[in-house]
Design a protein around this ligand. Structure first.
Ligand SMILES: Nc1ncnc2c1ncn2[C@@H]1O[C@H](COP(=O)(O)OP(=O)(O)OP(=O)(O)O)[C@@H](O)[C@H]1O
Length: 628
């Protein structure tokens, strides 16, 4: 799932046409200029040791300056992954850097190990510490997670101060140097090591963010309920991402210790972490290049005011304040959302809906005769004194559209939440194709039951296409390492998924919107997109909670057509809906609830004529007659 910054063009007003910024010529020129600037920047960085050697008596100082900025950029990329893409407020990044620094320091100085081994150890230590902290705070919300990481940061510093034999106590460890054979590596050679690490971490971040692994993490950031409905385990997604962030922070700690030759508890102090936060927000959080640009800018600024060093903190504070007030999306985010920086949207191609059903639409065959796709027996759910469900039985057969109707507050959504394990049931049993349903919501999704919520739960800040791709997460077989290394298997699957996602969008009449931000869609299109995303997860049972609300007649047709296709393909579709015409025209069977109890079940014909329904559900037989 890419974010606004990285690839997704435009926002709501992106339809504006006619200005020079929308012309293909401008976009070609912009790409050429940005490409040239990137090449110049890389060339300057690569030639930096030679440049400083030639122009300065103090080459080592200027060399070290850029190396330090690069090390900070690595840590800021890690912070970006955690806070920006993962939505996890981390206040322990300087502590992770410290832990990484200790690992290298101990290995190189105390155990006389190689610096390369030290780096590996630092990455491991950073990963383990981050994962441990995440494990104890799995249920913590954004702010509480932040406070737990703050506590963890203090603990790491304190351990550093007290664990003398390993950390050297208050004094720390000194004499940490990268050696090649018996010789200490030159500053220039080490500069290139740091640069290579930064390039690697940038690529790691980019590949991760653009893969299903990144999309899963961002889905959890947006809504863990929705992510669960896609079969994504929020805990696993967070653990993986924060573990990777910890490894990166550990790496920056190793490089820090190797560059300066020492590590002590002060490195972990939050004061030292401020530069990473300022760099991240100034450059642009949730943007790929933002952390590097932000940190680079600050490094330059700090150097320019070094004669007034006592004002550095004040300047950084003011800079952050101004950035937040003037460019809250940071330099890169602001550029990307400006007319100059925005990508050109493809022309909208609104044609007739394609007739051919895309292959990605799932198919369910070979279910033993009489086996229900989804079955709830004796479901009881109380919220305190409210008896939301009181012994509800429901059997949804494959290859049918099953409607659940009833007046407001009758328990329809609660029933669905119980069947999909979003609610813990007080009594009863849930079965999927005859087998006891898994205990967790994402387990149920993995068992083939996907749910679309009553209140839209789209991933608004990403593209329409990326929303659909997130739905495909369950089918992705590559590992995070495969995604980072862009293995052939990953690239094959990625290509296939993108093609399938576009076909599915076209089938639902959203072809022209694939590259739009989800937030820029109309209400009806959003609802439709949610259904498409759910279909992309290839469910065997699809539950739609009031999907028709706010849809235009064309969108309603597209939704009805999709539901019929799913039924033909053997899926069970569960439909909660107040639009009586839509329900009666589409459903094979209905379950009618009232005050948490089933008052009728059967064909639309039977329900339409049921006295209990006329009386209890509508309370207005005249209305039913009108709609029949
Ligand atoms: N989390 C909750 N806490 C307390 N009460 C709840 C909760 N969720 C639902 N209820 C109550 O349970 C009952 C059933 O609610 P539910 O939302 O399932 O009804 P519904 O049939 O889906 O209604 P609607 O058609 O308005 O969506 C209502 O009385 C509602 O107030």
């Amino acid at each position: 799932m890419a974010t606004v910054d990285s690839r997704v063009p435009g926002s709501g007003d992106a339809t504006a046409r006619g200005s020079v910024f929308d012309s293909p010529g401008y976009h070609r020129a912009r790409t050429a200029v940005l490409g040239a600037l990137a090449i110049i920047a890389v060339a300057v960085l690569l030639a930096w040791p030679m440049i400083t050697d030639y122009y300065s008596y103090n080459a080592a100082y200027y060399n070290g300056l850029v190396a330090s900025a690069a090390i900070s950029a690595i840590l800021t990329i890690s912070l970006n992954l955690s806070m920006g893409y993962g939505g996890m407020l981390s206040m322990m990044h300087s502590g992770l850097q410290l832990a990484g620094g200790y690992a290298t320091g101990y290995l190189v100085v105390e155990l006389s190990g190689s610096w390369l081994l030290g780096i590996v150890a630092s990455v491991l230590v950073g990963t383990v510490v981050a994962m441990l902290v995440l494990l104890v705070s799995l249920r913590a919300t954004y702010l509480y997670f932040g406070m737990i990481t703050l506590a963890a940061n203090l603990i790491v510093i304190e351990i550093g101060r007290e664990w003398d034999p390993v950390t050297g106590g208050i004094v720390g460890i000194s004499g940490i140097s990268p050696k090649l054979g018996d010789e200490v590596m030159s500053k220039q050679a080490f500069y290139y090591v740091v640069l290579a690490c930064l390039a690697l971490m940038y690529v790691l971040q980019r590949n991760l963010v653009r893969s299903g692994v990144g999309r899963a993490a961002m889905a959890v950031r947006e809504s863990s309920d929705t992510a669960s409905a896609m079969g994504i385990s929020p805990s696993r997604a967070k653990l993986l991402l924060f573990g990777i962030c910890g490894g990166m922070a550990g790496l920056s700690g190793a490089l820090y210790a190797l560059q300066l030759g020492f590590i002590n508890p002060d490195v972990g102090l939050l004061d030292n972490g401020i530069i990473f936060f300022v760099g991240l927000f100034l450059g642009g959080i949730s943007t790929l290049i933002g952390p590097i640009i932000g940190v680079g800018f600050i490094a330059l600024l700090v150097e320019l005011i070094k004669d007034q060093a006592r004002y550095t903190t004040l300047v950084l504070g003011l800079l952050l304040l101004i950035a937040m007030m003037v460019i809250p999306q940071g330099i890169v985010g602001t550029w990307r959302s400006s007319r100059m920086g925005r990508d050109k949207l493809p022309e909208l191609k609104e044609g007739p809906l394609p007739d051919e059903v895309p292959d990605v639409v799932p198919e369910v065959r070979g279910v033993p005769e009489g086996t229900a796709a989804l079955e709830g027996s004796g479901i009881v759910k109380h919220f305190g004194g409210v008896h939301a469900l009181d012994g509800v039985d429901i059997r949804v057969m494959p290859g049918t559209v099953h409607g659940i109707i009833g007046p407001n507050g009758s328990g329809k959504s609660t029933l669905v939440s119980c069947l999909t394990r979003y609610h813990r049931i007080d009594a009863g049993q849930v079965k999927i194709f005859g087998t006891e349903a898994p205990a967790t919501a994402h387990g149920v999704a993995r068992g083939g039951v996907t749910r679309v919520f009553q209140v839209p739960h789209l991933f608004e800040r990403v593209s329409v296409l990326d929303n659909v791709l997130t739905g495909m997460r369950m089918q992705e077989s590559y590992s995070w390492l495969g995604a980072v290394l862009r293995s052939p298997a990953y690239r094959r699957q990625d290509r296939k998924e993108r093609q399938e996602a576009r076909e599915l969008l076209a089938f639902a009449g959203l072809a022209g919107r694939a590259d739009w931000l989800a937030s820029s869609l109309s209400h009806g299109q959003k609802r439709l997109l949610e259904v498409v995303r759910a279909v992309a997860s290839r469910p065997k049972v699809l539950i739609l909670d009031e999907p028709a609300t706010g849809l235009t007649s064309e969108e309603l047709d597209a939704l009805g057509r999709l539901c019929r296709v799913l039924r033909e393909r053997g899926l069970a579709v569960v439909l909660i809906e107040h639009d009586v015409d839509f329900v009666m025209g589409l459903c094979d069977e209905l379950t009618v609830l009232e005050s948490g109890k089933v008052i009728e079940r059967g064909t639309p014909e039977k329900v339409r004529n049921s006295a209990a329904v006329l009386e209890a559900y509508l309370g207005r037989p005249d209305l039913v007659e009108e709609t029949s």
